[in-house]
Design a protein around this ligand. Structure first.
Ligand code: ADP
Length: 493
């Protein structure tokens, strides 16, 4: 019997405590699956002001002032609270690292008032990385693997290879760095480098510097023992394309032999219409006809006229460039002229808020929008829509198309990254699960939607498509085993 591994999963967002996107879903689900597979997995995240102490059952572990974390010339007192993720049978311990001056505010990265990044995001995440390494020592829990995610955690591998290189506590610790999105790099002016307290020579092309700036994603890419990203296609894209590598494609390419793509899974304890507690009418592959009742409820909620014969297209997304909203903007009047209705749930860039608000005012019977973050409504849209639209410019993995498959909500996607890896076109064979388009253009997107609308009119063919998707299994277990395999290849025992 091989020994179970100690794995620390480090993430700036974790469902159900704090979420802006798919990273939180991954951080809430993968650790539980790893634990079910027999390993000791713990999670650490910042303790944001928005996390309610009572609702989240936080318990104090290390008090404020017991430990100071150096950030440049300053020292921030750290405290640690603890709670558990319990959405399925594996209970995973979560540490919340806090220093109220840095994290005692509502937003994760962006101020809800000014809509701008917090000016001290450098200090916040330098503290988070350094603090994570310090408090593990204080808690006396030695991880075999520290699994870091995205730029917020990029300094951890850098610290382990420099400041902690001779620390016996971390002698056997290895790091995995997972890229959930190359476009967010944690870029700060060169003056921020001094705050990291890394050795001066690391501010170079072989270290944490890129294009003259401090780049925390690059820190992870350079110093982690292995790198993963969240789909196979995206792994290729970020190492070969300037656009998708976002300037760091050569850095990724240099580490090609240490890079792999592991697709995200879906947490079917949360995202399955057979058990979903947030939808009015549960259904599964054997009771497809009940899905329509969710459509009725969704239309009622969003003030859209209900018509069984008109396909309802759902969108749930951060309103960011990445997600293809410029295509929707270009095609808006064409879409509104088609025989369909649309519901949009999202929040993000102001110009897209304006776009959808304006179009919804003009076409109140065809388009309804909720420009906010609302998990319950996200579940109702998955259950109540007929079609799910994801015309992304790029998509590292994408979770909503995977959830849509399980809800019998047919994805219409641009064939990029994880969308390419997870959706087969209905036109290509009888085993299709959705509609894909290749070229990033509004014309191609409209054509794909037209094909979907045409097939919707043939309910026999449509039901077959729904069943194809509902029968797919994207549960976490297969992906968790791939991560374990990687951990094993690194671990010292
Ligand atoms: P990304 O991580 O790029 O935002 P993903 O498709 O991987 O995209 O994951 C998005 C996750 O965030 C899904 O769980 C989706 O339901 C959720 N989500 C995005 N926007 C909203 C919103 N406005 N309200 C509720 N949930 C949202």
């Amino acid at each position: 019997m091989t020994k179970p591994l100690n794995v620390l999963f480090v993430s700036s967002e974790v469902e159900p405590f704090a979420k802006t996107g798919g990273l939180a879903d991954v951080a809430g689900a993968l650790p539980q699956t790893l634990k079910e597979l027999g390993h000791e997995v713990r999670v650490i995240m910042p303790r944001y002001g928005s996390i309610n102490e009572r609702k989240s059952h936080l318990h104090e572990m290390l008090r404020l002032k017991e430990i100071d974390i150096p950030v440049g010339k300053k020292k921030y007192p750290a405290s640690v609270k603890s709670s558990f993720i319990t959405s399925n049978h594996a209970k995973v311990q979560v540490y919340f690292l806090d220093s109220p001056a840095l994290f005692g505010r509502a937003g994760l990265y962006v101020s809800p008032e000014t809509k701008k990044d917090y000016a001290d995001n450098d200090e916040r995440f330098i503290f988070f990385c350094r603090g994570t390494l310090e408090i593990l020592k204080k808690l006396g829990w030695e991880p075999d693997i520290i699994h870091c995610n995205d730029w917020h955690t990029g300094l951890i591998p850098a610290y382990l290879k420099t400041l902690y290189a001779n620390d016996p506590f971390y002698r056997d610790t290895r790091t995995v760095f997972t890229i959930h999105n190359m476009a967010y790099q944690g870029i700060f002016p060169p003056a921020s480098f001094a705050k990291t307290l890394l050795p001066p020579e690391t501010f170079s092309g072989d270290g944490v510097e890129a294009f003259g700036q401090l780049n925390l994603l690059k820190a992870g890419l350079m110093y982690a023992d292995v790198i993963t990203t969240v789909s196979e296609r995206y792994a290729v894209e970020i190492s070969t394309s300037k656009e998708l590598g976002c300037g760091l494609q050569d850095v990724v390419a240099r580490r090609k032999k240490d890079l792999s793509g592991i697709l995200n899974g879906a947490d079917y304890t949360q995202w399955d219409p057979g058990v979903d507690q947030l939808i009015p009418n549960r259904y599964d592959i054997r009771s497809l006809d009940l899905k329509i009742e969710n459509k009725r409820a969704l239309c009622a909620k969003m003030n859209l006229p209900f018509d069984e014969k008109v396909p309802l297209v759902g969108i749930i997304s951060r309103l960011a460039d990445q997600k293809g909203f410029d295509l929707i903007g270009e095609a808006m009047e064409t879409l509104m002229g088609m025989d369909l209705q649309m519901v949009v749930l999202g929040t993000g860039e102001k110009r897209y808020h304006d776009l959808f608000e304006k179009a919804a005012r003009k076409h109140p019977k065809k388009l309804a929008v909720a420009l906010t973050f609302n998990n319950e409504l996200a579940h109702l849209i998955e259950a109540g829509s007929d079609i799910f639209l994801m015309p992304s410019r790029y998509e590292p993995c994408g979770l909503n198309q995977i959830y849509s498959l399980r809800y019998g909500t047919i994805p219409v996607v641009r064939a990029t990254g994880g969308l390419d890896d997870t959706i087969q076109d209905a036109g290509a064979s009888g085993n299709g699960t959705g509609f894909r388009f290749e070229e990033y253009s509004s014309g191609e997107m409209v054509k794909a939607l037209q094909r979907a609308v045409r097939m919707f009119a043939d309910q026999g063919a449509w039901k077959k498509l729904m069943k194809n998707g509902m029968g797919k299994d994207f549960s976490w277990e297969a992906s968790a085993k791939k991560y374990l395999h990687l951990y094993r290849s690194l671990a010292k025992h």
